[in-house]
Design a protein around this ligand. Structure first.
Ligand code: UDX
Length: 459
């Protein structure tokens, strides 16, 4: 089939690459010429300047020029297309509503060109971005307004998690397709033919609005589950010294109905979806006069979770941040990515600067470059206090405290490096419970403060 993927961010590029791998002829379109130029090289270093996703550049290297093509010229690629996937950014407005500027603008351009196409075959406009429920009608209206003929609209949300997106796109747990007409379902069945009647993959056909809603309910439920563990399970471990959070997790998740994913207590969940989607669903439900108390609690627990270890350091470990040098390790929102969208580290750094630290030594194996942009001193003069390091060991040198803010594997079993590099009095704030053998450090007079446990400090 001939497919166009409009928007080459994480979602679009993975969709384009994996569809090209399955033998479709795929045209990935973006307004940003520099991205298109970089992707067209097929080189990992160029591709990863924009999208860093394990396995993705390998597919592009194999398929570009054969079944995958990149273009900034929508007009030249649209003839003969069976489906256009809209994979546009849908950021949050300040009030939590979704900003549909990119979506509308791409839909408008597509409509203008489709209205003049010579080939009048059925074409499906598929929304893959997370968009407010009923946005599919907005898409339909834009097409109608421009006089596009013989088209259908569909919602086909993506559920990819960063870092594992390629594998998940190759073998998703489910494919959700929402259409109004059988002929559109048929087109999408051909696009996803490898997933139909698969023993393990659920192929779900429904209305477009239900498909849109599935994405919101899934993401807000996942975040609520994380918030439940952070807001209830972790708190029991932090207040009652004989409650062991790791055993608590094992015991509770031994029940098949309760998932292990999400039960790992942390200094908050970040990423491109959770915060934005819950804010948007709150906004959508309020407009329908539905109580949003539950979602608000889940959102608030998560936001406070990002900074509360700094508060606990002051109140429970009696640590004074003023004029101290503190290392922040793990800047991306999780391991295996350079993405810092909604990352807990942003809130941590702001909180530490607010408490008067003299310097922050920052380190992430992948996200130092992203961090330099995120913490651009022209946005906030205090960001000048952040210095960047190429290893965790170098970053902790000369510090009086460290904060582990993501789950990078290299921080696990980090105690030896700490012992060899910095001497007590020293406070370790562990937002991801990455140091299981902390007792040894405590016995050598290091202070240890972890999410889910009571503070362990020398008397
Ligand atoms: C998420 C959803 O998983 C995906 O289905 C959706 O399409 C997009 O949003 P992603 O943002 O890539 O994917 O990250 P994910 O792996 O889900 O982690 C989100 C955050 O939750 C991370 O900060 C992670 O560290 C945190 N997390 C995850 C926890 O704090 N505890 C856990 O047990 C699991």
């Amino acid at each position: 089939m001939k497919l166009v993927v409009a928007g080459t961010g994480y979602v679009g590029l993975v969709q384009a690459a994996v569809c090209s791998e399955y033998g479709h002829e795929v045209y990935a379109y973006d307004v940003d010429q520099s991205k298109i130029d970089a992707f067209s090289t097929g080189r990992a270093d160029e591709i990863e300047k924009f999208v860093m996703e394990p396995g993705l550049s390998n597919i592009i290297r194999e398929t570009h020029g054969k079944s995958l093509f990149f273009s900034c010229d929508l007009k030249s690629i649209i003839e003969g297309t069976d489906a256009i996937f809209l994979c546009l950014p849908t950021p949050s407005n300040l009030d939590g509503s979704t900003n549909l500027t990119y979506f509308d603008s791409a839909a408008g351009q597509i409509a203008e060109i489709l209205a003049k196409r010579k080939d009048k075959r059925r074409i499906v406009l598929v929304s893959k971005s997370t968009v407010p429920i009923e946005t599919v009608r907005r898409l339909e209206n834009i097409m109608k307004k421009h006089g596009v003929e013989n088209f259908g609209v569909a919602s086909n949300p993506e559920f990819l998690a960063e870092g594992t997106a390629v594998n998940q796109a190759r073998r998703p747990d489910r494919v959700v397709v929402g259409c109004d007409h059988e002929e559109d379902f048929k087109i999408l069945r051909r696009v996803y033919s490898q997933f139909i009647h698969h023993v393990r993959i659920k192929y779900i056909e429904t209305t477009p609005e239900t498909a849109e809603a599935i994405k919101y309910v899934a993401n807000t439920m996942l975040l609520t589950y994380i918030s439940f563990w952070n807001g209830v399970g972790a708190k029991l471990g932090e207040k009652i010294s004989n409650v062991n959070i790791d055993d608590l997790r094992l015991g509770v998740t031994a029940d098949d109905r309760i998932s292990t994913w999400g039960s790992f207590v942390s200094n908050g969940a970040g990423g491109s979806c959770f915060g934005k989607d819950i804010a948007s669903l709150i906004y959508q439900l309020r407009r329908l006069n539905v109580s949003t108390k539950m979602l608000e609690a889940s959102y608030e627990v998560n936001e406070y979770q990002k900074v509360y270890l700094v508060d606990r350091a002051i109140n429970e470990a009696r640590f004074k941040f003023n004029n101290k040098t503190v290392a922040v390790l793990g800047l991306a929102f999780k391991k295996h990515t350079n993405d810092m969208r909604d990352a807990s580290s942003i809130k941590v750094v702001e909180a530490l600067l607010g408490k008067g630290v003299s310097q922050i030594n920052a380190y992430d194996p992948l996200a130092n470059a992203t961090a330099r942009q995120e913490f651009d001193p022209s946005k906030n003069i205090l960001f000048e206090k952040i210095k960047y390091f190429d290893s965790a060991k170098e970053a902790i040198q000369g510090t009086q405290a460290l904060f582990i803010s993501s789950d990078c594997e290299e921080f696990r079993g980090f105690s030896r490096t700490i012992e060899d590099t910095v001497k007590p009095p020293y406070l370790i704030m562990d937002g991801r419970r990455m140091i299981p053998d902390y007792n040894e450090l405590v016995s050598k007079n290091y202070g240890y403060l972890a999410v889910g446990s009571v503070v362990r400090c020398p008397a």
